[in-house]
Structure formats: structure tokens, C-alpha cells
Design a binder for this molecule. Structure first.
Ligand SMILES: [Zn+2]
Length: 512
């Protein structure tokens, strides 16, 4: 045999395409040509493959070797093809049986000594392979648990190229890492809402946010508990279903963030980028190997932006695409990668630059112009998408002295899930998943509040206390309140509560 072919996968975003890895040995001056990889990766990959084969005790064919990765136009990261390239060469050289190679997908980077090193993106790659009908998957042993999340494929893991070659020659594969999926607790509650003293209104806002997936803006002095509440948000959100969990895990796989033993992420992720983070860290990107940004790592979970007015205008504007469409496009030379980015946004801000503008504002050293300018950085299109705007009071001495343990996250989550269950059938008709998605049209007809509730918001509209847009937001929130209360339709009390939660930060931020 002088020709052998196997497969690997190229990823663009979380979408994978099958790559043919074909090796041909011909007579002529010994040489090694590797085609179809980006220039930067070519030389390194050639050196690694050659060293790994020699250091696995195999001989290097003294022929003219050509390995082609096709289609050439697909974007490829060099290192994950090492294993497929080495296997194709050895099979073409008749050092191992080539039978079945064409029905396999392999991924893995080779160390110079022949070790198979784990690579990123195995989960989305195996999903793509399975869709293409490939049923046998070969990966580094550290990636086995991740690859096995995909149903109906056989996954075999190896520690080294030497082990892999022996397996092709009929030796049993090494012990595989145990797959612990069944053992993962449904939710690992590291942080619990019961840790938060007082702050009933903010906690209520968080609960409503979790029901309807409403974005939340909290204004309050430093130390008032905004961060604590935001961090505990995933603990009151519904656990991810399997389809979402796979999707979220695939994104984290590309970022190299999955655990070797428990790769399936079942808890909604929580991502809190610092305000000094770069644009590509937030929305994704990077020159050679674009990575998903914070907005995609927060997919199906929470994106928390503390001290939100400190983020640059460019970054705040860049949030608009994912907030509107649920994905981000990351441009790169080989094409545009699309990463999912549907997250619950939590913004937090101090009331003023110095942070002490609270109560009578006595200790604040900022001028009124500074205060207005500070929060106005957030106004406009971004804040327009945030349904809940609450003012978080400093914790009172009574709350601290009372030392009453707050309600546990599990109890809140039970209510959230019951409310979601109530909303599910009603929303399904409109093609919506949560109350925050109800269209403005529907809110004026089928999805209106009861008559007293509607007259409350109409009065606020007439008095210019609400804009038309604000009115719709209040009604969406009112549905989440009604679902929590078990009401068939929002009542005047539900609407009044929604109105208060929509406008709580209003006196600091401007019109609702
Ligand atoms: Zn101040």
C-alpha cells in the first residue's frame, strides 16, 4: 500500500467539517510535503509528526511523502491533525493495517516523544463527525470523556502514538478513563442565595429575571451585594437540558475549559469579564486561532458586567448583536465564525463615580454633572434591552443585626421552574421560550394584562412616566410575576410590582 486515507475535523465557530487526510508515498528523493495547512502550522506539524513516529520506535519512510489535508480551503489549526497525519503515513508505508481507516475520525496533537496531547474542540468535532456518519473516533485519552458525550459513536482513547499503532496491530486499547457523566450532581451549588442578607427587592428582581430571562440592571453603592446576587444567579436558574448542555459544553471545549472527568456542563455558566478586558475577550476573536469570547462562554447562562459604565463604548455597543440575535460573528481570514451567545445580561453600576451617592448623598464628592455623565454612558440602545432596573440599597443595620438566613437557592429555583412550566404552553404558540421574548403586538392583544393592570400602565403612559417601549417591558415583567404568583393573566398587583422593578433605578438613570 502506498496510499492511505483517514479523516479529521476542521472547526469554524462550533461548526465542524470533515477533512480528508491522505498520505501518498512515491519513489524519488526522500522528502515530506504537507499540503493544506496554514503556513504557520506546516513546519511545526511536520517536525512533530516525524519526531513522534521515530520516537515511537517506527522507521521513517525513505520515500517521497506527500500528505494532503483537503478541502484546502477549510480553516485548520495545525496541531490537532498530527495524529491523523502520522497514522496516514504509517498506513501508506504498510507499517500497520489500513483497514477501516477511512471510516474513522482522529484528533490529537503529538509531542516529540510520541505522546498524544489533548486538544480543544473535541466535542463539536465529534458531533460533526457523527453527523457525517463516522462512527469510530480516536482521541487522546484526556479527551475521551468529552468525546463520549456524543451518542452512537465508538470512542477509543490513547496516551501515545505507540499505543495507537499497537491497537491497529491487534493489541487491546489502554484502560479508558471512566466516564462520570452519570455521577455528576445535577447542580453543584457552590454559592447560595441564602448567603445574601436582606436585599429583598434585588433578590425578587433576580428571581423574576430567572423566570422570564429578563436582563437586569442593578445600581447601588459598593458592598451593597450586587455582585453576590449576580454570582448566585445560576443557582436559581433551571438546570440545562441535555441539548443545551451539549451546546454549552461544545463552546467551552473550543476555549479549552472543559474538565477532563466531568465535561458536561449542566449548570448555567457564569462569566464576569473585567471592564479592562479587550474586545476580543468579550465578543470573541484573536488573530490565528479565534476563540469564543465572554458572551459565548456565557451562552445559556449569565454575563455579569460589574461597574458597567467603565466598559468602553465600543464593547458596550458590541453587545447589541448578541442581545438581538443570540449569536456573534467573529471575522477571520478563512471566513466568519459564528458562536452562539444567548445569555442573561446583568449590569451593575455604582450610583456615581465615587460610589457614595446614596441616601442623602452626603459623603459623595461628585458633582451632579459627573453623576449624570457616569450613568448616561449606559443609556440608549443597550439599557433599552434591559427589562429590570433596580436600585440596591445599602444593607441596613437591622438586616445585619437580624442575621436572618435568607431563603436557599434551591427553594427559589423550584419556584422559578414551576413558573417556567406555567408559561411554557402559552408561549409556545407564539414561538417564544420565555416572557422576555413576547412581541409588542401580542402584548397589546392576546398577551395584555387584565383591564385594571392595563389601565395602570396606560395612566403611566399618559403621564409620561412610561414610554411605549417601557410599557411593553413592564408587561413582559408582569407576566413573569404572574407566572410566579400562579395567575392566569397579570393582575394590577403584578403590573404594579413589574412597574416598580422596571423603574427602581429610574431616578438615577433617566426615563424608563
Ligand atoms: Zn460620588
Amino acid at each position: 500500500m502506498t496510499l492511505a486515507i483517514t479523516h479529521s475535523i476542521a472547526l469554524l465557530g462550533i461548526e465542524g467539517s470533515v477533512v480528508d487526510v491522505e498520505a501518498d508515498l512515491a519513489d524519488g528523493l526522500p522528502a515530506f510535503y504537507l499540503l493544506g495547512l496554514p503556513d504557520a502550522a506546516l513546519g511545526e506539524s511536520r517536525d512533530r509528526v516525524r519526531a513522534a513516529i521515530l520516537n515511537s520506535g517506527e522507521s521513517w519512510p525513505s520515500r517521497r511523502i506527500t500528505v494532503a489535508l483537503s478541502p484546502a480551503s477549510l480553516p485548520k489549526r495545525g496541531s490537532s491533525y498530527d495524529v491523523a497525519v502520522a497514522v496516514a503515513i504509517l498506513a501508506a508505508d504498510a507499517k500497520m493495517p489500513a483497514k477501516d481507516l477511512g471510516s474513522m475520525m482522529m484528533m490529537g496533537e503529538l509531542a516529540l516523544d510520541g505522546r498524544m496531547k489533548e486538544v480543544r474542540g473535541v466535542l463539536p468535532a465529534v458531533l460533526a463527525a457523527a453527523r457525517a456518519g463516522i462512527r469510530r473516533i480516536i482521541v487522546p485519552i484526556a479527551n475521551v470523556a468529552e468525546a463520549r458525550l456524543v451518542p452512537d459513536v465508538e470512542v477509543v482513547g490513547f496516551r501515545s502514538l505507540g499505543e495507537l499503532i499497537s491497537w491497529f496491530r491487534g493489541v487491546e486499547p489502554p484502560d479508558q478513563l471512566p466516564v462520570q457523566e452519570e455521577l455528576i450532581p445535577a447542580v453543584v451549588p457552590t454559592l447560595d442565595l441564602s448567603d445574601v442578607v436582606g436585599q429583598h427587592e434585588a433578590k425578587r428582581a433576580a428571581e423574576i429575571a430567572a423566570v422570564g430571562e429578563h436582563h437586569l440592571f442593578m445600581v447601588g453603592t459598593p458592598g451593597s451585594g450586587k455582585t453576590m446576587i449576580a454570582e448566585r444567579m445560576p443557582s436559581i436558574m433551571p438546570i440545562l437540558d441535555r441539548e443545551c448542555a451539549i451546546e454549552v459544553s461544545a463552546i467551552h471545549s473550543i476555549a479549552g475549559l472543559l474538565s477532563e472527568h466531568a465535561p458536561l456542563l449542566l449548570t448555567p455558566p457564569f462569566v464576569a469579564p473585567h471592564h479592562t478586558a479587550s474586545r476580543s475577550a468579550i465578543v470573541g476573536g484573536g488573530s490565528a486561532h479565534p476563540r469564543p469570547g465572554a458572551v459565548s462562554l456565557a451562552h445559556r447562562g449569565v454575563l455579569f458586567m460589574d461597574e458597567a459604565p467603565e466598559f468602553t463604548r465600543g464593547i458596550l455597543d458590541a453587545l447589541r448583536q448578541p442581545l438581538e440575535s443570540g449569536f456573534v460573528s467573529v471575522a477571520r481570514t478563512a471566513g466568519t465564525a459564528r458562536y452562539p451567545a444567548r445569555f442573561l445580561l446583568i449590569l451593575a453600576a455604582n450610583p456615581c463615580p465615587c460610589g457614595r451617592f446614596a441616601g442623602d448623598g452626603r459623603s459623595c464628592t461628585c458633582t451632579s454633572l459627573m453623576v449624570r455623565r457616569y450613568l448616561s454612558r449606559l443609556s440608549g440602545p443597550l439599557l433599552d434591552r434591559v427589562d429590570l432596573q433596580v436600585y440596591v440599597e445599602p444593607v441596613s443595620r437591622m438586616d445585619l443585626m437580624g442575621n436572618l438566613a435568607g431563603e436557599a437557592s434551591s427553594a427559589v429555583r423550584d419556584r422559578v421552574m414551576a413558573a417556567r412550566a406555567r408559561s411554557y404552553r402559552r408561549l409556545e404558540k407564539g414561538g417564544w421560550r420565555t416572557n422576555s421574548q413576547i412581541s409588542a403586538n401580542a402584548l397589546r392583544s392576546e398577551f395584555a394584562a387584565d383591564s385594571s393592570g392595563m389601565s395602570l400602565v396606560h395612566r403611566a403612559l399618559d403621564d409620561h412616566r412610561l414610554t411605549a417601549r417601557g410599557l411593553h417591558k413592564v408587561l413582559r415583567l408582569a407576566w413573569s410575576v404572574a407566572d410566579l404568583e400562579g395567575h392566569q393573566r397579570p393582575t394590577i398587583d403584578d403590573v404594579a410590582q413589574a412597574y416598580a422593578l422596571r423603574t427602581g433605578a429610574q431616578r438615577l438613570v433617566g426615563a424608563a
